[in-house]
Design a protein around this ligand. Structure first.
Ligand code: ATP
Length: 281
């Protein structure tokens, strides 16, 4: 662990065992994240990205090794690590305001007065441009808006670490771009420490300070880490013509599609089903 690590994942192994089936998913995951850093985790489907995030969140216990956040070992979930999932997890019977209120009351009751808590809820909803829809139910707003509320709820808990599991994955391209810009703007303002899973190479390059690339499983580990040294604020249009941006993009694509090329199970089974023919020919 380096001296200035705010979040430290050290020697993490994870093996799932069910009956006699043993699935070694992660091996020797070591990562130090600085305070205020935005890290993306990228890798092929099933390599273990969510497992890493769930261990940091305290929802899973690593088979070996552990996680330290701001000097404290992670043993269980806590409000210092807020999670946002791909599919919003808003309570359908509560309004936009009440969904955030629930988290704020849980985190700050006894610390902030009722009036302060109200201001804080409004502030966070305004930060994600949702101040106009406070009294709507989740069923009355769009997918992008729900995701915004989920992000406001997470930010309102003032977590030490924000954990984003494909937060824009279920959104259409335009909404996704808009929300990415919003997250970048908030990040510039608040300097959150963020760990985000994504499958989108452009998203990873645009948003991250570092991109952590995972090898294929079983026993996946960190293959390479790419420093993205693009100054902030970042402008997606200007960057699309930027040679450095394209270089970073190329590095990630080359890792995923050359160094860690994945043979999809469907292709394997297609070959397997052809095998008898080949044998009989
Ligand atoms: N709670 C669990 N119990 C048993 N096996 C699990 C559990 N969680 C994950 N796994 C297994 O661990 C492996 C990695 O899963 P994980 O969801 O972490 O991958 P991922 O990289 O996030 O995948 P994707 O990109 O498709 O979301 C898979 O083989 C999965 O079946």
């Amino acid at each position: 662990m380096s001296d200035n690590a705010y979040l430290s994942i050290s020697g993490v192994d994870m093996t799932f065992t069910k009956g006699r089936t043993v699935n070694p998913v992660l091996r020797h995951i070591n990562l130090d994240v600085k305070r205020g850093e935005f890290i993306s985790l990228i890798g092929h489907s099933g390599c273990g990205k969510s497992t890493v995030l769930n261990i940091v969140a305290g929802l899973l216990k690593a088979s070996a090794g552990g996680v330290i956040v701001d000097g404290r070992e992670v043993n269980e979930p806590g409000p210092d690590r807020a999670l946002v999932f791909q599919n919003h997890s808003l309570l359908p019977w509560l309004t936009v305001y009440q969904n955030v209120e629930l988290a704020v009351d849980k985190t700050f009751r006894g610390v902030k007065t009722k009036a302060e808590r109200k201001d804080w809820i409004l502030h966070n909803l305004e930060m994600v441009s949702m101040g106009h829809a406070l009294h709507r139910l989740p069923s009355e707003i769009s997918g992008g808006m729900k995701q915004r509320v989920g992000i406001a709820r997470a930010l309102a808990m003032e977590p030490k670490v924000l954990l984003l599991d494909e937060p824009f994955g279920a959104l259409d391209a335009l909404t996704r771009a808009h929300l990415q810009d919003e997250v970048m703007r908030i990040q510039t303002e608040l300097h959150n420490t963020v760990m985000m899973i994504t499958h989108d190479v452009d998203e990873a390059v645009l948003l991250s300070d570092r991109i952590v690339m995972m090898t294929n499983g079983p026993s996946a580990t960190i293959g390479e880490i790419l420093d993205v040294e693009l100054e902030r604020p970042r402008d997606r249009l200007a960057l699309s013509d930027d040679a450095r941006y394209n270089h970073y993009r190329h590095e990630v694509l080359s890792f995923l599609h050359e160094k860690q090329r994945k043979v999809e199970p469907m292709a394997r089974s297609a070959r397997a089903s052809k095998a008898p023919e080949a044998l009989s020919a």
